[in-house]
Design a protein around this ligand. Sequence first.
Ligand code: FAD
Ligand code: NAI
Length: 572
Amino acid sequence: MAFEIKMPQLGLTMEEGTVAKWLKQEGDTVKKGDVILEITTDKLTSEIESEADGVLLRIVAQEGEDVPVKGLLGYIGQPGESVGETAAPTTAAPAAVPAAQETAKPDGPVRVVVIGGGPGGYVAAIRAAQLGGQVTLVEKNKLGGTCLNVGCIPTKVLLHAAESLHEAKEMAQLGIQVMVQNVDWNRVQQKKTAVTNQLVSGVTGLMKANKIKVIEGTAEFADRSSVTVTKKDGSRETVPFDKAIIATGSVPAVPPIPGISENANCVDSTGALAFEKIPKSLLVIGGGVIGIELATAYSQFGTKVTVVEAMPKLLPMMDGELTAMLRKKMEANGVTILTEAKVQSVEADPAGAKVQVETNGEILSYTAEKVLVAVGRRTDTAMLGLDRIGIAHDRGRITVNEKMETNIEHIYAIGDCLGKVMLAHVASAQGEVAAENAMGEEAVYDGKTNPSCVYTNPEFAGVGLTEEKAKEAGISYRVGKFPLMANGKALIMNGGEGMIKFLIGTEYNEVLGVHILGPRATDLIGECALAIGMEATVEDIYATIHAHPTVTEAVREAALAATKRAIHIPNK
Ligand code: FAD
Ligand code: NAI
């Protein structure tokens, strides 16, 4: 029976490949392991090895043909063996290539208006300007948006200061005697403001350098070809456009918990970034990314922190096994964590706030100086006039296709205002896609390489499928794990706390997901995102030499462990 050569699945999302070149011809003898053909996917060329000894009996898919995954490419068998007309190709007909769509550029520069100057909007504005657009950006508050002003950057300044304090206290272990006297909170806040201001002024400079007109004010759609901007002094300006990109972001959600809105000690993330002093105690409602990052920062500053999370686990989107390790570590550092727990009410208290929490059918009462409400964010689209011009949305979350186009062809939306994945790097990636499409190029957004990073101690990062998601999707996978205790650099840096976990497909060894808890996890994840983007196999990871001594060696070891050939741990 002749052996069928089939199109392999070289990555999680690969649906088809193109036969680039046959390296063996019909009648050639082939041995198992010989490279017989090359295939290409959108991003790379891969060599396909023979899985049988024999003769290449027939080439079914010719060079240049697109073949779906598992589609038939050819047959290997014994000389003279017939594959017969009936054993005919299961290959689908070559996929029809859609006729190139030419988006005609209007005469003169394309007028692009971008609403919102966060990491989605300002990146979209720059990309549109690079492509020759005449760009106007409208921002109602400060350039840089949530990310630079009250999000990613200020939280990381606090986390960096908190971690530095923690490290200073641990230095005795390295033989360095440091006396930590106190934390000058004003200086920490000044540093936060200085970093933020420097980055915002960098964005202002980029706007100028790219000849982008910035209007300070609040934009709303007047009709399908103009926005009205209301400026801070009350004056109004109409901005006509050929293309519009909505990038208005999100604001903190306020849950309907009695007593929250009335109590000045209940704050959202913006409030928690700017406390007048380090609170003695903090109760965090929501064990998501904001809750866990700020719990990490303040617990290291010495605050008694309690986290109340409604779901059975913290950080619901992250790998469960590593999240459980992080939880243990946080608890060992003195953070109280309640899961499957709900805040019932908040009352005034001389100490700050009294919080009633229901868990396991019991009501527990906590008193805290401050309460951080971090239960998610909602899109900031209410004032845009979406319904006035008929832009489709789901309760304020704007609906788009993979080109970031709304239902109105020349109006795009990106970032947090879509209400899906609320991350700065996602907003920026979508911004580039929207700008390119607006300027007549063809681009699509694909989130498969999007890493999720949580800046805890140790750091936590993941890309691709979690084990939970792989199970849910019924994908057959193998796991490779490498404890950081066995990595020299991690041992030096944090005593070897953490683990790296690879998920690979059982049939082709393709990288399905990588999850890292450990020092510099948020940097290490870049290599893993690239691997997923390039549809790499685990062999590609371990064929790459990783420098010694680095934590990146542990990435390679976890990849090796997935095929039971780790060097520095026993393979089970
Ligand atoms: P935004 O950054 O929210 O920008 C939208 C802008 O639009 C705002 O400046 C707003 O003023 C303006 N705007 C709104 N409506 C109008 C209007 N009608 N007219 C004119 N202007 C308008 N993400 C990460 O990737 N990494 C992190 O570490 C991280 N940390 C975070 C920490 C915190 C505390 C928070 C709150 C968020 C964090 N995020 C992080 C999320 C990240 O900040 C957002 O995903 C990102 O800022 C979204 O970018 P955006 O451009 O879509 O929206
Ligand atoms: P989130 O969606 O990450 O977490 C909210 C958490 O609150 C969830 O775990 C949810 O189960 C819980 N929750 C909801 N209602 C609750 C209730 N009544 N009681 C107790 N728990 C409740 O949202 P979060 O933390 O507010 O962050 C908002 C966004 O900001 C996130 O989507 C994230 O993408 C982004 N962000 C990203 C960061 C990063 O990339 N490092 C850092 C901080 C924020």
